[in-house]
Design a protein around this ligand. Structure first.
Ligand code: PLP
Length: 428
């Protein structure tokens, strides 16, 4: 038997190779690379901080693993992932609406996407403002050239449906904006369902910011007749920051379709985003790794189911609130307007919120948040933050910090109350 002889590859002569294109005339870099850049391992703490602030929150392993993968943003694998992300999002938003889209950007980009698609220059917007984030929606509307009416609620209280309906009747807006949970001062707009339904009765659209609340407490987009819901990745959903979600109702989509003026935001134009999220074609290169991470975060929400997830959040949050009060500290918002997803704790007299946050992080490796100048510290209760072991560590670290800084707290009473409350408080 004869074996075929391996023929050596025929190589071109060097002079026949394609020559490199000529370098530009000034091709030597003017600036040199920064000297002595540290390795990440030298910068990141050995003992990772427990992220118990107002976001970003700790991410589950499945989310972290997904976030390290890059795939073709227009291939068939991506198309399967996109359709699952939309299906799972519909469950999380509690909507049958087809118009679910992802956004490459923070929660604020999703907010801007809702507003710039539904608010045209000159349209009238009633912005219900409880604090920092709901004020951001008013500012975005103003920048778009809308006629903005602000319905401000002072003193960290929730909006009253009766008062909002009165304001809608008076001002006849095309659109209202409202936050479900105002993360900045821990106010919960408990009457959101009645407010959204009232808006619908008056023929106006409702845009809801559910960045910190989605999947931590009930939100029923269709039942409550909400027209646009936005959320970020890094809070209630326990995914990474920078990839967000938005859902529009059919009424909202009809308004987008009939719009005469071009959207001034190209990246946030919902009709262009539809190309990628519904038609398998190109808008901009999607943040594939972040979408995969979001897929995993949503899959975990679906596996847990919303009712079980809500119960876990309220049980943990109530237990932590009880523990904080048993320690001798005060909660910032009254029970009637209190948000569970983020807890605001009044800073004891004589202490400042930055020194508490620095001390608890430096000494106990627990990260909590201050709040834009308010005399409070904030502890998140979103996603993985709502686990008993994280509550014990956080409450103990908070008590120890305040004791170290010279104020009086009852740490044993706090820890016992946390345990007792976790065992005994039943949530619906
Ligand atoms: C965090 C937050 C935002 C902003 O989200 P970013 O991802 O920081 O842009 C908006 N609204 C609420 C209620 C938030 O908690």
């Amino acid at each position: 038997m004869q074996t075929a002889k391996m023929s050596s590859p025929k190589l071109r002569a060097v002079e026949d190779l394609v020559p490199p294109s000529p370098a530009p005339s000034e091709s030597v870099p003017v600036f040199s690379a920064p000297p002595a850049v540290k390795m990440l391992s030298e910068i990141l703490p050995d003992d990772p901080l427990l992220m118990m602030g107002a976001g970003p929150v700790p991410i589950p392993d499945a989310v972290a693993r997904a976030n390290s993968v890059v795939i073709n943003h227009l291939g068939s694998t991506m198309s399967t992932i996109i359709s699952q992300v939309k299906a799972m999002s519909r469950y999380v938003f509690q909507t049958n609406s087809e118009w679910v889209l992802g956004v490459a950007g923070p929660g604020s980009a999703a907010m801007e996407m809702a507003i710039c698609n539904l608010v045209a220059p000159g349209s009238k917007v009633l912005c219900i403002v409880n604090g920092f984030f709901s004020a951001r929606m008013a500012e975005m509307s103003r920048r778009l050239g809308a006629d903005v009416v602000i319905h401000e609620i002072q003193g960290h209280h929730a909006a009253s449906a009766a008062e909002v309906e009165q304001a809608i009747a008076t001002h006849r807006p095309d659109c209202i904006t409202i936050v479900q949970g105002e993360t900045s001062n821990t106010v919960f707009n408990r009457e959101l369902p009645a407010i959204a339904r009232a808006a619908k009765r008056h023929g106006c659209l409702t845009i809801v910011d559910a960045v910190c609340t989605l999947s931590t407490m009930p939100l029923q987009m269709d039942e409550w007749q909400i027209d646009a819901v936005i959320t970020g990745g890094q809070k209630g959903l326990a995914s990474i920051p920078g990839v967000s979600l938005i859902a529009f109702s059919d009424d909202a989509w009809a308004r987008i379709a009939e719009r005469k003026t071009a959207n001034t935001h190209w990246c946030l134009d919902a009709k262009l985003a539809e190309n990628f999220w519904h038609k398998g074609s190109y808008h901009y290169t999607a943040p594939v790794s972040g979408v995969l991470a979001l897929h995993e975060a949503l899959r975990l929400v679906c596996a847990e189911t919303l009712p079980v997830r809500f119960a876990r959040h309220s049980r943990c949050s109530f237990a932590l609130q009880n523990g904080i009060e048993a320690m001798g500290l005060r909660l910032w918002t009254a029970p009637s307007s209190r948000l569970n997803s983020v807890i605001g704790v009044s800073v004891p007299d004589g202490l400042g919120s930055p020194e508490i946050c620095n001390h608890i992080s430096g000494q106990y490796h627990v990260e909590i948040s201050g709040s834009f100048g308010l005399p409070i510290v904030r502890i998140g209760q979103m996603g993985e933050q709502c686990r008993a072991h994280n509550l014990f560590r956080t409450l103990h670290a908070l008590g120890s910090t305040i004791r170290d800084l010279g104020a009086k707290v009852d740490i044993p009473a706090a820890m016992a109350t946390l345990e007792y409350s976790l065992q005994h408080v039943r949530t619906a």
